[in-house]
Each structure stands twice: as C-alpha cells, then as structure tokens.
Design a protein around this ligand. Structure first.
Ligand SMILES: Nc1nc2c(ncn2[C@@H]2O[C@H](COP(=O)(O)OP(=O)(O)OP(=O)(O)O)[C@@H](O)[C@H]2O)c(=O)[nH]1
Ligand SMILES: [Mg+2]
Length: 419
C-alpha cells in the first residue's frame, strides 16, 4: 500500500461543519485514534490524511478536513485550504447532524457539484437524534447515497459494509481498471515473445468460435507484440517438440490443466485462462487464499458454484458436472453443491463453506469485486474455477507460479488451516 504513488490512490474527503464528528468518523473507519477529536469546535485545523487498505478497492486515502463554518480569521484560511483540497478528491463524505441543514452544507454540495465529485451524506450522532424522514428525503433528493450512523455507539462492521458498498458504486472507473491480462508476464527484453494457447475443441466448446477468455488472451498477447499459436491438446506435445526456442508462456483451458503441466517442461511458464481472469476481473490474492478451503472440506459442507452468465449446461458442463465430480473425487463425495447463475447470486452467503465463482468474463470488475466483498463480509472463502480446478488436480503451485504473491497467500492459508 505504501508503495502506491499517491496519485493512484482513491481519495476520499471527509467534510462538513465543525463538530459534526468528521474526525470521529475517520477514527471509526480506521479503527484507530487517527485524528484528535473533542467537543470544542475547530479541533481539526490542518488536514489529516490517512492511507488505508480498503478491500476490495485496494489502497485509498482519507482526508479529514477542518470544519467549513469556522469564521475566525485563522478559520478563513483553513476553510480556503479545505475547499482547495476538496477539489482534488474522488468521493466526498459529507458529515451531517440529523435535521440540521445550513448554508455550509449548501456550499459543500455546490462545491461537489462544481467539480463533479460524488457525494455520500453521513448522518452522524444518530444515537442522540433520529433523523426525520423529511430530512432524509431532502438529502436523498440531493444525492441518493446516504448512510446514518453513530461514531460513538454504532456497529463499526455494519457501517463499514454499507460504506464500502457505496464507495465501490461511486468510485470512478479508472480506479477499477483491470490489471493486465497477461502482457506483464512477458519479458520486455524478449523481442519476439511466443504464447501458446491449448484449447480443447470438445463437445462443450461452442460451435464455430472460441470463448471470450480465449479471445481476450489472444488479443492481449497480440497487443504485446507476441506471436500466438493456438493448438488442440492432441497437437501440443508434437508442436512443442518441434520448436527451436521454448514458448514464453503456455495457457490452457482449465479442464486440461493436468495434461498441460505434465507435458510442459518446468522452466516454461504456464497457467490457465481462468487464472488469468482471476486477476483481471477480481483479486487473485483473495481468490487464491480462498482456494485453500478446498483442502479442508468435510462431508455435508455446502459449496456454492456461481456462474456469471446464464447458459444451457452441456452434458459435461464445467460448473454443473465436472467441478462437482472433481470435488467428490478429490475432497469428499458427500459435499452439498448449490448452483446459481446470472443475477441469482445469493445476498446471504453465510451458509456456504466456500464459493467457487466462474472466470466472470461477462461481469465487469466492479460487479466481481462486489461479489467477492459479499463473501468476505461473512468470512466465507471465495475462489474461481481456474484456481479451484488447479487445486483439485494438485497443480496449483505450478499454474500460480507466475503470480508469486497469490501463491504465497495460498500457501499461507493452507498452513493456517493445518495449524
Ligand atoms: N453522541 C455522539 N457524539 C459524537 C458522535 N460523533 C462525534 N461525537 C462527538 O462530537 C464531538 C466532535 O467530534 P469530532 O470528531 O471532533 O468532530 P469534527 O467534525 O472532527 O470537529 P472539528 O475538527 O472541530 O471540525 C466530540 O465530542 C465527539 O465525541 C456520535 O456519533 N454521537
Ligand atoms: Mg475534526
């Protein structure tokens, strides 16, 4: 987090009148006494910044500002500085007291509108005063995003869940930009990189085309000036043995991951399309950590297999047939499997021991991160098809080796489970 240049951090400003509880809010969010608070208005004078890792958004920075209603001579300068800094934020948390709306709130709203900064109203001190529905409706009219809280007596966990939901929804797109699909795995020193894709054309393959993750991987490799060869698994060994130089990267469909690992010399980097997507659409470290739960499944445990798109399952469907079969063979034959597809992703995941999500090629990153967050909120491990299939075939250490952070998170999680 500390290595991230500050220009790349999501900047969240906490603003409002003096004494509304801005600093107390920052302390609630960080779970620490980050900012000094007191009953005396004007406690915060200089802006307090606090960096924080806010999963699944990544590193963010909060700015606790001075109250904008400080009309003393020094106060004027503070207000000027606060307003200046508020022009640089990505999201504003405007802290209000229930049923109090003044010219200062008006000024903040006008400022946010001027700079097109999304606003969240945080109605604080609800332990002292419950906001009227008229007040809440008025707030909603200005910005649909508001949350009621008490920084003193509120439930931090519940508040953080609500806040994260709002931040994911309001966060500008560039902060959710996907990491590269595969380009960074190819060495910049290699002038003519070669990527080999092993694509089984079986009954499950759609007629007349490749599937989206394969197409995107090929396109990304071409964008990185790599040559790409696509082979069926039957041609792979012959093709590899005839190459003058080894390929820089081999990618296969997860279903044949055991075959790829068996026939690819250890010095050649190899992974699966779905593992590439676990990083591209989600958080590969969290998904790798979640996969460790597969090694601890016991009879009667419930596992959710979640698909992003609705499709008619084939007789050997990966999510409906193959993964359940591999779980029964390699984990326990008595695991209760539930499936969901499309927007049927359950709101409450707490009854599951593990969620195995598809590669999410039809979801945007925001949606996938939110699904992961829903699992994390109830402490349910989540992984994706590619990582799970590699675990079930005993080859994850190989296919995750291009991503050392994810690999060590997986190994750590396994060690934690067995401790
Ligand atoms: N009862 C109650 N008191 C609160 C709450 N939040 C903050 N306070 C109190 O309100 C006072 C002001 O809190 P601060 O967090 O210092 O407020 P601030 O907005 O940062 O104030 P300035 O820095 O002066 O602008 C303190 O006495 C807090 O203990 C709350 O949710 N409930
Ligand atoms: Mg303060």
């Amino acid at each position: 987090m500390h290595n991230t240049p500050s220009s790349l951090l999501l900047r969240i400003g906490i603003c409002g009148r003096t004494n509304t509880g801005k600093s107390s809010l920052l302390n609630l969010i960080t779970g620490q006494k980050t900012s000094i608070t007191s009953a005396i208005p004007g406690t915060t004078t200089d802006i307090v910044t606090k960096r924080m890792e806010l999963s699944p958004l990544g590193p963010v920075v909060f700015l606790d500002t001075a109250g904008i209603d400080d009309l003393s001579q020094l106060g004027e300068e503070r207000v000027r500085r606060t307003m200046q800094r508020l022009g640089t934020i990505d999201i504003a948390l405007i802290v209000l007291e229930a049923d109090v709306w003044t010219e200062f709130e008006e000024a903040l709203v006008a400022h946010c509108r001027q700079y097109a900064i999304p606003m969240v109203f945080v109605v604080n001190k609800c332990d002292l005063h419950t906001p009227s529905s008229l007040f809440l409706d008025t707030c909603k009219h200005i910005s649909p995003h508001s949350v009621c809280c008490s920084t003193q007596e509120g439930d931090r966990e519940a508040f953080m869940i609500e806040l994260k939901h709002l931040l994911i929804a309001l966060c500008p797109d560039e902060f959710l930009h996907s990491p590269p699909l595969l380009g960074d795995l190819l060495s910049p020193q290699q002038e003519h990189p070669l990527v080999v894709c092993i694509v089984p054309i079986d009954l499950g393959a759609p007629k007349g085309r490749l599937i989206l993750p394969q197409v995107q991987a090929i396109r990304d490799a071409l964008d990185c000036n790599a040559s790409v060869v696509v082979v069926k698994e039957h041609q792979y060994v012959h093709f590899l043995s005839n190459l003058k130089c080894p390929p820089d990267l081999v990618i296969c469909d997860s279903q044949i991951v055991g075959f790829m690992v068996e026939h690819t010399p250890p010095e050649i980097m190899c992974t699966t399309f779905s593992i590439l997507f676990s990083r591209f659409k989600g958080d590969i470290v969290q998904l790798a950590t979640g996969a460790a739960a597969l090694t601890t499944l016991r009879a009667k445990d419930s596992v959710l297999i979640a698909e992003a798109c609705t499709h008619h399952p084939s007789i050997d469907d990966i999510g409906r047939v193959k993964i359940p079969r591999w779980i029964a063979t390699h984990c326990n034959p008595d695991i209760a499997i539930t499936h969901c597809a499309g927007c049927d992703y359950p709101d409450d995941l707490s009854r599951f021991r593990l969620v195995i999500h598809c590669g999410a090629c039809t979801l945007n990153r925001r949606e996938m991160l939110w699904r992961m967050e829903q699992a994390q909120q109830v402490h349910v491990p989540i992984t994706n098809y590619g990582i799970a299939i590699s675990v079930l075939h005993g080859v994850l250490e190989r296919t995750l080796s291009p991503f050392p952070r994810a690999l060590s998170a997986y190994q750590q999680a396994r060690a934690d489970f067995s401790a």
